[in-house]
Design a protein around this ligand. Structure first.
Ligand code: ARG
Length: 683
């Protein structure tokens, strides 16, 4: 219950108390014979009315007591949890299934049936490590449950608990067998027939997402500032944000990709004033501003040095904010120059994003300020109006109104979150910016909650990332110490990628078009992958040499391994249709140990995707991609896909292994696609 709702209840109670006492008074009068008794009917009516009111009053008073004791929200008695239906038939699974989630369901059923009296017993499931001795997955609930039982004076030990769970585990087509090991671990072995079925589905239908509830997700990313440099920090936000959108879109969520451009604020006053002086005909002739940064610097210099100019700049802000057409036109011209520059970067990297800058929230800032004031949430502080995230005044407050009456970044983000909750009806609110803005977003979240904009489990998710460093481990700069222009950086990537391909003699074997495609895939792919493959929260060192290395966890290595897999099928001259027909007729079986190992890695794709969609750490997906590639190499070393005679003629085709190659390629391609990296069939 919110504070406002409690207030309402209290008022209602007071009103009813009044009514009840009025009736009581009436009754007393009647009893005392102060008023004429007009018959039984009236008395009866009053009496029942009085009873009813007393009853409702008691309910309301109780509700208030519960609320104030902090027990609200917790239902007195726990509703029995609805248990998900378990998979009983392999054929009901059409492709993608999140194995660990299904195992959680299976073991939840087992544990609740083994220990029905335990409230909320822990369901701990993990992937077993690399050692096949520990099974494929493990259920590690026994230790914790044994502790819980001991606390209830039940004598037991983890192994006994594990055995109990094992005995109560319902049969599942996913599980081949289980065993209790060590101190009470439950090792789970995945059923091969089930795996073969799921992998065949991938071969037939492609890589499909696991079914999830469709959410509306707002992703705020890239978001550079007009007239200022779009720097490597924005590049990180752009790359990470794009991938986040792709993961969520793959899961069929309704994703709104927003570019929260810094396109509003007092800096436009000086830019417009400078524009008027430099290009007096700007209304009829488009001003040839090629370097907006230089233009910004010039106007800033004048602003700092020239009092007259400063005054005019302020006047321009007022006129712009009151919406005077000439000023809006000038502002638009300036924004256009920047937007065109940004678009060049987006086009190269194939980023889809909708521009919706701070200016969009202008009128909404007025209303949010009004609302916060009315709710009594703003406090005056040396001429400005601030808002604290919590009543205890911990942390840093937002500055909602500056002492000159203007609004701030804080004000615009309060208006923004309200718009996204109430107008966009979002379920998730994601903001991708450098880690330095963590406190800002934590405070926006807290204030939005205090203001009743964010409710219950709704939350603002700040996806923070570290800074980009140069190879000298210092802030990424050009040799002369300037900030690196993103377009120049992309150009250098192109050049380096071409050098690399030439070094490997690829220009000799590829057509010019193929070479160009490979060059772009490598250049942009390596920049994106280098960013995404590191835990985003850490700083990372930008090094073309490292990212273009064809050994190790790099885009180049992975793109190469994909083309190699693709070439296996090409060399075998077996088409996908033939593979499918073969699978239809003979089924798909994994017999060699290395095949089975690869198959199990491929089965984990939905699990990895669900994890990434939850915590928004993309490096997990990169690690998985690298793992596929390594396990594939192991498989390919041990298992022939075709056999040739001395003349090089194909004498035997291992169809099942070619199917595994095809499935591997499909899963890898999907990973690349989600990372926003283009693949090529030849490079
Ligand atoms: N323009 C900001 C910057 O360059 C990022 C904006 C992020 N989005 C937001 N809603 N505050 O740092």
């Amino acid at each position: 219950m919110t504070e406002a709702e409690v207030k309402m209840l209290e008022e209602k109670t007071a009103r009813m108390e009044k009514e009840a006492s009025a009736i009581e008074e009436e009754l007393n009068k009647l009893a005392a014979g102060d008023v004429a008794y007009t018959g039984d009917q009236q008395l009866d009516k009053l009496l029942t009315e009085n009873e009813k009111l007393k009853h409702r009053l008691a309910i309301l008073e109780n509700a208030i007591k519960v609320e104030q004791s902090g027990a609200a929200g917790k239902p007195a008695k726990k509703e029995p949890k609805k248990r998900p239906t378990l998979i009983t038939d392999i054929n009901s699974v059409e492709g993608t299934i999140c194995i660990i989630d299904e195992l959680k369901n299976v073991f939840e059923a087992a544990i609740t049936s083994a220990y029905p009296d335990l409230e909320d017993p822990p369901i701990a499931l993990t992937l077993s490590g690399n050692n096949p001795k520990f099974g494929d997955y493990q259920c590690n609930s026994a230790m914790a449950i044994s502790q819980l039982l001991k606390a209830k004076n039940v004598k037991t030990n983890p192994r006994e608990v594990a055995n109990n769970i094992l005995n109560k585990t319902p049969t599942s087509p996913l599980i081949e067998r289980m065993e209790v090991a060590g101190a009470g671990f439950l090792n789970i072995y995945i059923n091969k027939a089930f795996a073969e079925h799921v992998l065949t589905c991938i071969l037939r239908f492609g890589v499909k997402p696991p079914p999830v509830k469709r959410d509306r997700v707002i992703v705020d990313f890239s978001s550079p500032n007009i007239a200022k440099e779009m720097h490597v920090g924005h590049l990180r936000s752009t790359i990470i944000g794009e991938s986040i959108c792709r993961v969520l879109e793959f899961l069929n969520h309704d994703v709104l990709r927003l570019n929260h451009l810094g396109d509003w604020g007092t800096q436009f006053g000086m830019l417009i004033a400078h524009l008027q002086d430099k290009f007096p005909n700007f209304k009829t002739e488009s001003p040839p501003i090629s370097d907006l940064q230089a233009f910004y610097k010039e106007s800033k210099k004048r602003f700092d040095e020239d009092e007259e100019f400063k005054k005019r700049a302020y006047a321009c802000v007022v006129k712009l904010q009151s919406g005077q057409p000439d000023y809006i036109a000038a502002w638009n011209l300036i924004c256009d120059v920047s937007r065109k520059e940004f678009q060049k970067v987006y086009d190269r990297l194939e980023i889809k994003i909708i521009p919706r800058g701070e200016s969009f929230y202008q009128s909404r800032m007025d209303s949010i300020v009004k609302e916060l004031k009315q709710k009594g949430l703003l406090e005056e502080d040396e001429g400005r109006w601030i808002m604290w995230g919590d009543e205890k005044h911990e942390g840093i407050p937002l500055t909602v109104i500056k002492s000159d009456g203007g609004y701030t970044y804080d004000t615009s983000d309060m208006a923004t979150i309200k718009q996204r909750v109430e107008e966009e009806k979002g379920d998730r609110f994601i903001y991708v910016t450098d880690a330095g803005q963590y406190t800002h977003f934590a405070t926006i979240d807290a204030c939005a909650r205090r203001a009743g904009i964010l409710k219950n489990d709704q939350k603002l998710e700040h996806v923070g990332f570290g800074v980009v460093l140069g190879e000298d481990k210092k802030k990424f700069k050009t040799r002369s110490g300037d900030t690196v222009k993103l377009i120049d950086l992309l150009d250098e990537g192109l050049k380096r990628a071409l050098d690399k391909l030439k070094e490997k003699g690829r220009d000799q074997v590829l057509t010019p078009e193929e070479l160009k495609r490979a060059q772009e895939a490598v250049a942009y792919g390596c920049i994106k992958y280098a960013d995404l493959s590191h835990n985003r929260i850490n700083d990372y060192v930008f090094s073309f040499d490292k990212m273009l290395d064809d050994r190790g966890n790099t885009a180049v290595y992975l793109l190469y391994s994909l083309t190699r897999i693709r070439s296996i099928a090409r060399n075998a001259q077996v088409s996908l249709d033939e593979l499918l027909a073969h699978a239809e007729k003979n089924g798909f079986k994994m017999t060699h140990e290395a095949e089975w190992k690869l198959g199990k890695v491929l089965l984990r794709f939905p699990e990895v995707i669900m994890k990434v969609a939850g915590d928004l750490y993309l490096h997990t997906l990169c690690e998985y991609l690298f793992e596929i590639s390594s396990v594939f190499t192991e498989f390919y070393d041990k298992c022939y896909c075709i056999e040739k005679d001395k003349e090089g003629k194909i004498i035997k085709i291992f169809y099942e292994r070619l199917m595994l190659c095809e499935i591997t390629a499909k899963v890898m391609e999907k990973c690349f696609d989600i990372l926003g990296i283009k693949t090529v069939s030849k490079m």
